[in-house]
Design a protein around this ligand. Structure first.
Ligand code: AMP
Ligand code: ZN
Length: 112
């Protein structure tokens, strides 16, 4: 989608610190980390603005994303645990309207 930062990252038009890519999914470090480890995991296609629009037809993709997150957490040394956050809508402070999951690791504070 035009004017979507994450679509531009997928296309290579904006640089990123990539940690993973396959046919469906890409993961890269958040430019403004909110935790010692902060990676964004996104579907490469701009299929949804947020988790709010998820339906049964996205089940396989969402399952795959969570598998990728678990694999990345292992690879990034998050044996002590991690948090997955997906902001949906303005009250959650969502700023990029391309479905994405924050993988947060390291010593984390309480949830807001
Ligand atoms: P959200 O607030 O859930 O929409 O999260 C969007 C996230 O994207 C924020 O944590 C931003 O720091 C991050 N972000 C924005 N632009 C970039 C970029 N060019 N590269 C990496 N992360 C970005
Ligand atoms: Zn997009």
């Amino acid at each position: 989608m035009d004017n979507c930062i994450f679509c531009k990252i997928v296309k290579g038009e904006i640089p990123c610190k990539k940690v993973y890519e396959d046919e469906q999914v890409m993961a890269f470090y958040d430019v403004a980390p909110a935790a010692p480890v902060h990676v964004l995991v996104i579907p490469k296609e701009h299929i949804l603005e947020s988790a709010r629009a998820v339906t049964a037809e996205h089940a396989a993709l969402i399952g795959h994303i969570y598998q990728v997150i678990a694999k990345l957490a292992d690879e990034l040394g998050l044996e002590g645990g991690y948090r997955v956050v997906t902001n949906a809508g303005p009250d959650a402070g969502q700023t990029v309207l391309h479905l994405h999951f924050h993988l947060l690791g390291g010593k984390l504070g309480p949830m807001a």
